[in-house]
Ligand binder design. Sequence first.
Ligand SMILES: Nc1ncnc2c1ncn2[C@@H]1O[C@H](COP(=O)(O)OP(=O)(O)O)[C@@H](O)[C@H]1O
Ligand SMILES: [Mg+2]
Length: 239
Amino acid sequence: MKPQPHIKTEGTSKFQIGEIKNNTVQYDFEKIKTYLNIKGHILFGKNFRIYKEDEPLLFKLCCYFIQDHYSCAQMGIDTNKGLLLSGPVGCGKTSLMKLLPHLAPHKTNYEIIPTRNIVFNFNASGFEVLEKYNETKNYCFDDLGVEPTGSHYAKECNVMGEILLSRYDLFTRHPEQVTERSRSVVSVSHSSKWKTKTHITTNLNAQELEKRYGNRVRSRLREMFNLISFDQASTDKRK
Ligand SMILES: Nc1ncnc2c1ncn2[C@@H]1O[C@H](COP(=O)(O)OP(=O)(O)O)[C@@H](O)[C@H]1O
Ligand SMILES: [Mg+2]
């Protein structure tokens, strides 16, 4: 059977989120919202809903997740970079980063890991933990800034700062340095799928991130990420 990226199956139900035209999927935001509502219910419970006030932000994110290069470019989003999703506690950052990869898993996927867990692992196992993130796999570091400073046998380490610097090196490395598989540079140099991407959710703003991780990290953040923010007045959805 042909792959059908425009049809999502949940149990016995099917949801069409777009149409195939000229071999590409033309996604339909209204249908995407319907699907996300349903998938959100399945993942997070019956209180989940798409908030009207979040729709402009959601639209941007959806364009990114389906890798709609044209719409993203119009909104100043670079589909080769990762996402840095910021906003107040409880506005729904983590939920969206768990939900949205279901839209087009063949285009955008990553493992989502709370930064707190990374530091706990570091404290238990030491510097070998950093190596795990120095690989060409995509990650979303959830809740950057809440983690404590790492400490392994009294050796202190700004764990996430170090990891972000090595993720930057992976991101900027040219594809042919990353993979032996590609002999032809031309065939991969325009493709974003070879770029190692990192995504972040955080409650901190740019100044706070700089204070926490230093100027070296902050200047790289701008290069690596599209900065996407919930409104500071966004409601806490826990209430
Ligand atoms: N769109 C939504 N509708 C209903 N509840 C939501 C929605 N988004 C998040 N929540 C709930 O609100 C709480 C906080 O969401 P979360 O994604 O953890 O926020 P953040 O990561 O921004 O702190 C969670 O209990 C989550 O299930
Ligand atoms: Mg969160």
